[in-house]
Design a protein around this ligand. Structure first.
Ligand code: UDP
Length: 416
């Protein structure tokens, strides 16, 4: 059996306060035909990164609806995860050499995992490319029973996918009953499937990362990390990944510092088990600090967990997500939900979340990022107004309840 991820219990009723009673009732009614259904979600990592974040809420909420939902993770090796990170980069547009040796390692490891699949399910949802070939390799496994519906959820932007790598994956993806995408623009035109669905991700307003924190508590946490809560603060929360452009954020911070010398920067990023590039990028970012004590380079290695991320995002005068490529960028909704304006790279799903000039800014360069940061740091009233607009945008579009409703809708359609 694949490794099962242990989960906390969650109650949908608790979400009525933020999402409204009506939304909760509508979800319960739509889920009624699914009570007792067996649903398996499979991805590559139990922590670190957006998919793990989503599943930690989504699966408990399915259970609360009376659905037998499970989350399992595939196992890999350093070599496998190095290859799948290359695949991830290539599917986001990077040039890589996709060799027969890499394909062999990939398929062998996915086969190992397919052989470990156990149990019977009505729906199996496979997330992202790492386990994508598992359906093709599941053969006569009980999990691959004739009535089981398979869904591939792609969290990344395939607009510019490297053709060699995408052509390798396409036949595997086309075996699924449906695929789910963050934005219609991400779907390659060559993909031929009956059901291609758009459903952007969401944040959990009740998770420790997003719930309201009393201000004294928030201040105390940031102080523990050497950050002065009374001085201006820019903050980017992201894995240490070149696409998140941490070096660009440091450059922008340096330009801001010329105007606002007391500014501080927090870069917080967890190291995920499926992301071997993280440690290398961390070192590059550390070198780029040139020993500046006002750049706080933090990660789960310094015990930065959800409470700390919550505090950093709340303490920030401006939240940054300067990605060059992005699937969705949960950190944008996280910042907006906390009533902070967010400056984001004009990439992927960030454009769904930031309405330029209303709840933050979309930027294409270091200079633009710096210019808007200065503007917001010098005008806190404007920053707060944008934050209020941002929180409402997230409330209406990017909370867990909306995503849950989308999934229930899809499962019902697949059953029909
Ligand atoms: N995250 C975290 N700790 C960190 C860095 C990131 O908890 O040190 C979380 C972050 O708050 C967000 C998720 O990881 O919930 C990252 O999701 P996003 O969609 O922004 O990016 P991805 O990592 O999936 O590319």
């Amino acid at each position: 059996m694949l490794e099962r991820v242990p989960l906390l219990e969650k109650s949908l009723a608790d979400y009525a306060e933020v999402a409204g009673e009506e939304a909760i009732e509508a979800i319960r009614a739509a889920a009624a035909p699914l009570v007792g259904a067996r649903i398996l979600h499979v991805n590559a990592t139990a922590y670190g990164g957006g998919v793990a974040e989503l599943l930690a809420t989504h699966v408990p909420l399915l259970r609360d609806l009376g659905i037998e939902a499970e989350w399992q993770v595939i196992h890999g090796s350093d070599e496998f995860f190095a290859i799948t990170k290359n695949v991830h980069n290539a599917l986001q547009g990077a040039e890589i050499e996709w060799t027969a040796a890499m394909q062999r390692v990939y398929l062998e490891k996915v086969l190992d995992n397919a052989l470990l699949l156990e149990g019977e399910f009505d729906y199996v949802v496979i997330h992202d490319p790492q386990p994508a070939a598992i359906l093709a390799l599941a053969g006569s496994s009980t999990v691959n029973a004739p009535g089981t519906k398979w869904v591939w959820r792609c969290h990344i932007d395939l607009t510019d996918a490297n053709p060699d790598v995408w052509e390798f994956f396409r036949p595997y993806v086309e075996q699924y009953d449906a695929s789910v995408w963050t934005m219609p623009e991400f779907v390659p035109s060559s993909l031929s499937m009956n059901r291609i669905v758009q459903a952007p991700p969401c944040i959990d307003p009740l998770s420790v990362k997003n719930l309201d924190l009393p201000e004294p508590f928030m201040r105390e946490i940031v102080k523990q990390y050497g950050i002065d809560p009374d001085r201006p603060l820019m903050c980017q929360v992201s894995r240490y990944d070149p696409w998140k452009d941490p070096l660009g954020v440091i450059e922008a911070y340096r330009l801001v510092r010329q105007e606002i010398p007391e500014v501080q920067l927090v870069l917080a990023g967890s190291m995920a088990t499926d992301d071997p590039e993280g440690f290398q990028v961390w070192e590059e970012v550390d070198a780029a600090r040139h020993g500046d004590h006002d750049i706080h380079l933090l990660s789960n290695i310094q015990q930065v967990g959800n409470v700390q991320i919550n505090a950093f995002q709340r303490a920030a005068d401006v939240v940054i997500q300067k990605s060059l490529r992005e699937g969705f960028g949960l950190t944008v909704s996280e910042g907006l939900w906390k009533g902070r304006p967010v400056i984001g790279g004009r990439a992927g799903g960030i454009v769904l979340q930031i309405h330029d000039g209303e709840n933050g800014y979309l930027v294409d360069s270091v200079e633009e990022c710096a210019r808007h940061s200065i503007e917001l740091l010098q005008n806190p009233a404007r920053a707060n107004e944008m934050g209020i607009a941002g929180r409402e945008h997230v409330r209406q579009n990017f909370l867990s309840t909306r995503e849950l409703a989308d999934w229930i809708g899809l499962f019902n359609q697949l059953a029909g």
